[in-house]
Design a protein around this ligand. Structure first.
Ligand code: NDP
Ligand code: MG
Length: 395
């Protein structure tokens, strides 16, 4: 049949769940063909029960065993693959047509590369993979003949404002403006930020998301990662990428053309819109999102992000101008620092210190187009560096 077989990597997460929701709205077009999780066994078991995929996988081996037991007890005969390699095998499987990359963090890079090399429709939510992979990732897309579709709402917005023919993008774009909500601490006195808790940082005003990206939104490191992501997705120079705070999260981003015409994409903040577009492009299907009510909203406002409040944001342009691998160091340090903050081993304001100090102390030393193995090795080295800084911050 002509249903699109979709692999959902990170099916137990926030984006994974929204993806399954959109898929279930169009059973005639899409099949949730394979689902993967890492540790949340019960969530994946429920998803398997509801969506009946052909295959399932847990990258954590113990969780894979538990899931297999759990499915057998339910009378479901779905094979469960185990370990990180299973995600790559599914992402490049001959029967898979499309891959939703919704793993969080650099851990998702190998499966993204596998899908890219296998020439899949690759829907990218996992921004860290592109921040770490950079030119190597984009080369895999090109050589594999994959169709790379942005899922991050800002990048989907930019993509929706651009014509299908990618070869025209360069000539058309003067610059782009990524919008940011400003997160939960947009108006909080910076002097009190050292005392905020993980629960406060994860209480995002407009979006319900995984814990890691929620903390990234609070520091605006999320927007720094998105600046780097945009550089690769749209082939822009760092100075062609700007950021504005837009607290209502209605304008998802803008393209400023050479002639100063500004194209913006709007909608209610609901990730099912970019997910539905990634699945259906160049067509459109229903997403389940509520209609945008501009009258009820009253107004849209914009403000400049201040370095005093969001110092992490400005590391993006610095890292893009550094040698190859600098953005991988930035990402690794941030992942380590955010994890430490979530586990209450690091203060909120020290996240930036750990990232900036890791960037200063950890030299990438990579070639211009490094193999994925070298990038993963650098990722590990930067993590160790950052981990040592986390421990030192506590004393
Ligand atoms: P969640 O934390 O909700 O989900 C993360 C998923 O990744 C889970 O399925 C988790 O498995 C899995 N996972 C975690 N670690 C590993 C690992 N080491 N190996 C394999 N799988 C792993 O995150 P989100 O859904 O919020 O975010 C996913 C990605 O999408 C991130 O890169 C984020 O930046 C991006 N994104 C998210 C948005 C959102 O609205 N949530 C918006 C734009 C981008 P398990 O839970 O079973 O352990
Ligand atoms: Mg985003």
């Amino acid at each position: 049949d002509k249903k699109l077989n979709v692999v959902v990597l990170g099916a137990t997460g926030s984006i994974g769940g929204s993806t399954l929701d959109v898929l279930a709205r169009h059973p005639d077009r899409y099949r949730a063909w394979a689902l993967t999780g890492h540790t949340r066994v019960e969530e994946l078991a429920q998803a398997c029960l509801q969506h009946r995929p052909a295959l399932a996988a847990m990258s954590d081996e113990t969780s894979a065993r538990l899931l297999a037991e759990r499915l057998r007890a339910q009378g479901l005969e779905i094979p469960v693959l185990a370990g990180p390699q299973a995600l790559c095998d599914l992402a490049s499987h001959p029967q898979a047509d499309a891959v939703m990359a919704a793993v969080v963090g650099a851990a998702g890079l190998p499966a993204c590369i596998a899908a890219a090399r296998a020439g899949k429709r690759l829907m990218l939510a996992n921004k860290e993979a592109l921040v770490v992979g950079g030119a190597t990732f984009m080369q895999a897309v090109e050589q594999g003949g994959a169709l790379l579709l942005p899922i991050d709402s800002e990048h989907s917005a930019i993509f929706q404002c651009l014509p299908e023919d990618r070869t025209t993008w360069q000539d058309r774009i003067d610059h782009i403006v990524l919008t940011a909500s400003g997160g939960p601490f947009r108006q909080r006195d910076p002097e009190t930020l050292h005392a905020v808790t993980p629960a406060q940082a994860c209480a995002h005003p407009n979006w319900v998301m995984g814990r890691k990206i929620s903390v990234d939104s609070a520091t605006m490191m999320n927007k720094a990662l998105e600046v780097i992501e945009a550089r690769w997705l749209f082939g822009l120079a760092p100075e062609q990428i700007r950021v504005l705070i837009h607290p209502q999260s209605i304008v998802h981003s803008m393209v400023v053309c050479r002639d100063q015409s500004v194209l913006a994409q709007m909608g209610t903040p609901d990730m099912r819109v970019p997910i539905a577009y990634g699945l259906s492009f160049p067509q459109r299907v229903t997403s389940g999102a509520a209609p945008l009510d501009l009258l009820a909203l009253g107004g849209l406002t914009f403000e400049a992000p201040l370095a005093s409040r969001f110092p992490g944001l400005f590391l993006a342009w610095e890292a893009l101008r550094g040698p190859t691998g600098t953005t991988a160091v930035l990402n690794a340090a941030n992942e380590v620092a955010v994890q430490a903050f979530l586990e209450e081993r690091l203060r909120f304001t020290d996240i930036h210190r750990v990232v900036a100090d890791t960037l200063a102390g950890c030299q990438p030393g990579l070639s211009a187009l490094p193999p994925v193995e070298d990038l993963l090795e650098l990722d590990l080295r930067a993590r160790r560096h950052a981990q040592a800084l986390v421990v030192a911050q506590r004393t």
